[in-house]
Design a protein around this ligand. Structure first.
Ligand code: HDD
Length: 756
């Protein structure tokens, strides 16, 4: 078979793949047989957006109006006491209900994922663009024969799981970490898994280093601390000795590692993959997910508070967005490189620590992903979903990226550990919509009942079914590539430039973004006890990226700043605007969370108008009061408080609005929690709106000591603080407030005089 695949002649390969069975004489018989058994294309299911849900419906179960039963279906008449000899006597072995209930419980947990244990997922669909106006549409059937990427009439059902990498299953969502972004497409040609991250590159070149990387970053083996954090000796020790990690360090230290929400982060396939078209021509491709709501981040200070106040912040955010009908959405982007152009870059396309700058190869937007359905059962769906980068369909193929090649082994293997057997692909969430027939028919927990006598190939007893498909019939044929070489354990010279793109990243950051990276080094390396490690990171890694960066990092961590740039520092001032979050989408407030601070006596008109206009634009508002319960406005409107100050701080919201209303505002001026709410929102550079004497609450945080003024009768807009004391110019106020929210943060604000 290997010989067959070195031959690029499609016709011949097609013939050979069916060599055991299809003789010309038998052709008529097979055609007849196909009609009976349904292997022909015409018999393929036509998928719709709902196909996966319909398949899952077959196993969904609702217990309403049902009796409690044992697993054997016997109705249970008493589940609160075990069967005993006398009221105070020992429990009896014959209590089958107790035994079953306890055994099931004892076996409820499965091993958590060794990485990406903490996550959440949702159902949705992918659809290629049909209308060029919706994106930079090209008919990409010239590039790939993958039907789910080219047939714009079809919505392919998907399941997407987001995750953090390092923390265990119960860890906090908002830690500094890479986020996983894995999507399973249930295509008519079988399952395709795009198992990516929210950062376009990776830590290491070769999968053989993955266990070292993960051992270094996980809690240290003696103390088992810290949880879900890179800020400790072993990670930075490994990093300081592994210069290929440099580019990734810059991303992980940046705001990208603190996404505001899963729906507000990019995704990347990371590796260079290969597209194959119907003619067998191939091109290199990089995949991008571009979020409709922009790429926005939390501030470090917010994340640490969220660990306590809302440790499920990202998980809950995805669930609530979907349940409220604000569906998370991404465009799928591709960067294409012709095979002949692969050598034009100053890096190797097979090196997973490099991006292709978007300014060099633009991202073409070819379709959209919409997540519109939450799961019914977290364990059955999100925990049991099993991804594998090796799950590809015709039209998509691999490259020799050594990280990718190693992943192709690891994922299948890890599922065997998680599920304890090979039949995990039969679990409903993993089951493809495309028909499955093969000779794998046994193993733990086998669900399918395969009929027939034969489970081998070739066979003559059952007409050689299930039979191989030719390429024309949709059979997957691996890309033919001529490879010659010596067997060596080494790394390509073309992988050895570790610092150039790290410098590109640093150069591309706005000043606040640079400051956040520096602040992150102070926390991360500040937590490293070994001075030697701290020094090595500064002198051998950071100083070979950018001298100024290295000095700023050194100053905060008790390391003598270097005198001059490191010997390998790249002497270029190139930048890539696409890398800065400053240039992300800022024209929508859809899915933003706005707190409205109101107590009894609030101005009903202010609340009514502001909340209805913001919600019309897709934001969600929540009334935050001192206590839960009903609040009555000055004109008699009654509102229910969604949150009390004890429950929710400003860190949970994107913006805050303070309506007027004497009693309401006077009460809040006396409440330290309400003042803290405003001060913290201000410090975190969030948009703040206030009408009427709501402005007085803002004054309690010493706005006058900052550069921001709320003086004036009419509309005043300054550094994201939008006020109007008269409230007469409501339309202008709403426009300005909405623009301020769309901007997300107001970096120009100097919040250092405000104590939060
Ligand atoms: Fe991995 C899980 C993404 C490198 C081995 N990986 C996992 C998940 C994501 C990624 C999103 C979670 C899937 C889910 O939600 O169930 N991994 C990546 C990316 C990488 C990468 C984008 C680099 C480009 N991974 C990588 C390497 C190896 C692994 C080099 C090993 C050689 N990854 C695994 C794993 C996991 C996994 C151990 C744990 C759970 C699982 O697979 O299903 O096999």
């Amino acid at each position: 078979m290997a010989d067959d695949q070195t031959d690029n002649d499609g016709e011949e390969i097609g013939e050979k793949t069916t060599k055991h069975r299809v003789t010309t004489e038998e052709a008529g018989e097979i055609e007849e047989s196909e009609a009976l058994h349904g292997t022909g294309d015409e018999a393929r299911e036509h998928l719709s957006e709902d196909s996966k849900q319909e398949q899952l419906d077959e196993v969904r179960e609702d217990h309403m109006d049902e009796y409690l039963t044992t697993d054997q279906g016997v109705r249970v008449n008493h589940t609160d006491d075990s069967l005993k000899v006398g009221e105070r006597g020992p429990t009896l072995m014959e209590d089958f209900h107790f035994r079953e209930k306890m055994t099931q419980f004892d076996h409820e947990s499965i091993p958590e994922r060794v990485v990406h244990a903490r996550g959440t997922g949702a159902h949705g669909y992918y659809q290629p663009y049909e209308d060029p106006d919706l994106g930079e549409y090209d008919d990409i059937s010239e590039l790939t024969k993958a039907k789910f990427l080219t047939n714009s009439d079809q919505k392919t059902p998907v399941f997407t799981r987001f995750s953090t990498v390092v923390g265990s299953r119960g860890s906090s969502d908002t830690v500094r970490d890479v986020r996983g972004f894995a999507t399973k497409f249930y295509t008519e040609d079988g399952n395709y898994d795009l198992v990516g991250n929210n950062i376009p590159i990776f830590f290491i070149h070769d999968a053989i280093k993955f266990p070292d990387l993960i051992h270094a970053v996980k809690p240290e083996p003696d103390s088992s601390t810290p949880q879900a954090a890179t800020a400790h000796d072993t990670f930075w020790d490994f990093a300081s000795l592994t210069p290929e990690i440099t580019h990734m360090l810059m991303w992980v230290l940046s705001d990208r590692a603190l996404p505001r929400a899963y729906r507000m982060m990019q995704g990347f396939g990371v590796h260079t993959f290969r597209f194959v078209n119907a003619e067998g021509e191939t091109r290199f491709v990089k995949f991008h997910w571009l979020p409709k709501y922009g790429t926005h981040s939390l501030l470090w200070d917010e994340t640490t508070k969220l660990w306590g106040k809302a440790s499920d912040f990202n998980r809950g955010g995805l669930y609530n967005a979907i349940e409220s009908g604000t569906y998370p959405e991404w465009e799928l982007g591709i960067q294409i490189v012709e095979e002949d152009d692969a050598d034009q870059f100053d890096f190797d396309l097979l090196d997973p620590t490099k991006i292709i700058p978007e300014e060099d190869v633009p991202v073409r937007r070819i379709g959209k992903l919409v997540l519109n359905e939450t799961v019914d059962n977290f364990f059955a769906e999100t925990e049991q979903v099993a991804f594998h980068p090796g799950n590809v369909v015709p039209g998509i193929d691999f490259t020799n990226d050594p990280l990718l090649q190693g992943r192709l082994f690891s994922y299948q293997d890890t599922q065997l550990n998680r599920f304890g057997g090979a039949n995990w692909d039969e679990i409903p969430i993993n089951r493809p919509l495309a028909k499955r027939h093969n000779n794998q028919r046994a193993g733990f927990m086998r669900q399918t009942i395969n009929k027939g006598k034969t489970s081998y190939s070739p066979n003559s007893l059952e007409d050689d079914y299930p039979r191989e498909a030719t390429e024309e019939e949709g059979g997957y044929v691996h890309h033919t590539e001529k490879i010659e070489g010596k067997k060596i354990r080494d790394r390509s010279e073309s992988f050895r430039n570790h610092f150039s793109q790290a410098k590109l990243f640093w150069n591309s950051m706005s000043e606040p973004e640079k400051q956040h990276i520096v602040d992150a080094t102070h926390f991360e390396l500040g937590n490293v006890e070994s001075k030697e490690v701290r020094e090595r990171v500064v002198y051998e890694i950071f100083n070979n990226v950018d001298h100024e960066f290295a000095v700023r990092a050194a100053e905060g961590i008790g390391v003598e700043p270097p005198d001059e740039p490191g010997p390998h520092h790249p002497d270029h001032d190139k930048s890539s605007p696409a890398l800065s979050q400053k240039n992300t989408v800022m024209d929508t407030i859809e899915s933003r969370q706005i707190a409205v601070l109101a107590n009894d006596g609030f101005d009903d008109d202010h609340v009514d108008e502001v909340t209805s206009v913001l919600e019309e634009q897709g934001a969600q508002t929540a009334i935050v009061s001192k206590m839960l319960g009903e609040k009555t406005g000055m004109n008699g409107d009654v509102l229910k408080a969604d949150q009390s100050h004890v429950m929710a701080d400003s860190v949970v919201y994107d913006a805050v609005f303070v309506p007027g209303g004497n009693d309401s505002v006077e009460m809040m001026k006396e409440q330290s929690n309400a003042r803290h709410f405003i001060a913290e929102a201000f410090k975190h550079k969030k948009p703040i709106g206030a009408l009427g004497n709501g402005i007085d609450l803002l004054e309690t945080v010493n706005l006058s000591d900052t550069d921001v003024s709320a003086d004036g009768d009419g509309l005043v807009v300054e550094q994201g603080v939008v006020t109007s004391r008269s409230g007469d110019d409501m339309d202008e106020f709403l426009d300005a407030f909405s623009d301020a929210i769309a901007e997300h943060r107001h970096w120009e604000r100097n919040a250092s005089d405000v104590r939060a």
